[in-house]
Design a protein around this ligand. Structure first.
Ligand code: SF4
Length: 456
């Protein structure tokens, strides 16, 4: 598997795209700032949300069982999946019980995490993603690059080209309104022929056994209301204790993610309508283990708003696909290595540790601190990049011995003066994008001795 650095390098080859990607996401971040400033108790709201989630994580078993009991009373069938494989099998078996060959799906990062689409397609079920961004990446045979804005890496002209190729639209069409209308007409047919609908879950309320799905397009509602079978999938951390807590999270979610006061649709599902079957699949997939890791437990508070992506200077300039995982950005750089450190050991280093992600996170996750902790663990376990680890060792030794440091400094100075190509070459990533600094004529030590003396 390629590392974040090498995939980011590919993304960086198109400088115009990088600038555009960076500016588009920064625009969303600024919208978030404006919206958050309009809520006078914004910081208090973040604190309350964080405390509610902390309570949930400390009593997860109790709230999950309460939710299951109430959901069953409401007539919803509840399933438990220990991992992605079990989740996929459960979904398939529900579909097979109803001879479903065609299903519509609203956006669900959990199903991306479990690679559900591929699994169902291999087992004879056609899945259509109905969130517009997801539909575009599905047609392009790609994965989402952002948890809230799945096709943010695509320009409108490229979307026009995809529609031309797959939906037979005129070549060169790039008007967003027209493209949206075409997608809407195409999706309408899919909605009408679907036999089942799958949605994600943003919040599951333990007190009532209901769940809430937030979308801007109403596609989850359309799918769920038309289909005879509604399957809703959630990670087990999506639980909140009471209905009254929804107000806290709904005020934070859209403001943080897209800079809207609230998502256009916040739909409550409590029981199946007459003649319909409703299923909930509650998935662990490594979350219990994450809960047991005290240093990283906080990351389970995440409500998947995407704010940390929009503000991260590395994400904005490297694109979501460089994280080679379903959930990218700062939170993905924590969640993935926690579950599989060997496969994602590069991700905690895809950060400047500037703390901007922590600053915007609506549930106060200490993201940059956790990234720093993960780096320590990776280096301590010997999984760091060999070249970097070796040069750090040399540097540490030199900096802790005055004579060795002095020797190294003189060698570097000599080398830089008489063989500058050793640093000024394309193997040096610093030099690729910048001028190397001029070597000072004398070191600080030399200057100090000349001007101040030896301090005696
Ligand atoms: S970590 Fe925080 S900012 Fe990032 S997606 Fe999750 S809730 Fe949003």
């Amino acid at each position: 598997m390629k590392s974040h650095a090498s995939l980011a390098e590919q993304f960086n080859r198109d400088e115009n795209r990088v600038d555009w990607h960076n500016e588009t996401l920064w625009f969303v971040r600024e919208k978030r700032d404006r919206q958050s400033h309009q809520v006078s108790d914004w910081e208090k709201l973040r604190e309350v949300a964080s405390k509610i989630k902390l309570n949930v994580l400390s009593n997860l078993d109790i709230y999950l069982m309460e939710f299951e009991k109430n959901a069953l009373t409401n007539g919803i069938k509840v399933h438990w999946a220990k991992d992605a494989e079990e989740h996929n099998k459960i979904v398939l078996s529900i579909l097979q019980d109803h001879q479903v060959k065609f299903m519509v799906k609203s956006k669900s990062m959990l199903t991306e995490e479990c690679h559900l689409n591929d699994y169902l397609e291999k087992n004879g079920v056609e899945v259509t993603d109905t969130d517009l961004g997801e539909r575009i990446v599905q047609l392009a045979k790609e994965t989402p690059s952002h948890i809230v804005l799945p096709c943010i890496h695509k320009k409108k002209e490229e979307i026009g080209e995809i529609f031309h190729q797959y939906l037979n639209t005129p070549k060169g069409l790039s008007d967003p309104q027209m493209l949206t209308e075409i997608a809407r007409q195409d999706l309408r047919k899919k909605f009408l022929q679907s036999q089942a609908a799958l949605t994600g879950i943003n919040f599951a309320v333990a007190e009532t056994g209901e769940f809430v799905v937030c979308t801007n397009e109403g596609n989850a509602d359309m799918g769920a209301h038309l289909a005879k079978v509604h399957i809703a999938c959630m990670g087990l951390e999506k639980i909140i204790p009471k209905r009254e807590h929804l107000g806290v999270f709904l005020r934070l979610l859209a403001r943080s993610g897209t800079g809207q006061p609230i998502t256009t649709y916040s739909s409550h599902f409590r029981k199946p309508r007459a003649g319909q079957e409703m299923h909930i699949v509650i998935v662990d997939n490594g979350r219990s283990e994450q809960l047991s890791k005290e240093k990283f437990r906080n990351s389970l508070k995440c409500i998947r708003c995407g704010a940390c992506f929009n503000t991260c200077p590395v994400y904005r300039r490297s694109g979501g696909h460089s994280y080679h995982t379903a959930v990218a950005g700062p939170i993905g750089s924590i969640l993935n290595p926690i579950r599989n450190i060997a496969a994602y050991k590069d991700l905690p280093f895809a950060s400047t540790l500037c703390g901007s992600c922590t600053h915007v996170c609506p549930v106060q996750i200490d993201l940059h601190q956790q990234l720093y902790e993960l780096r320590q663990e990776i280096i301590a376990s010997g999984m760091g990049e060999p070249v970097k680890s070796f040069s750090m060792k040399i540097l540490a030794r030199s900096l802790s011995h005055v004579k060795k440091y002095e020797k190294l400094r003189r060698t570097m100075k000599f080398g830089y003066r008489y063989a500058p190509f050793l640093l000024k070459n394309n193997a040096n990533p610093w030099y690729k994008h910048r001028e190397m600094p001029e070597m000072p004529k004398e070191s600080f030590k030399e200057w100090y001795q000349k001007n101040i003396g030896d301090g005696k």
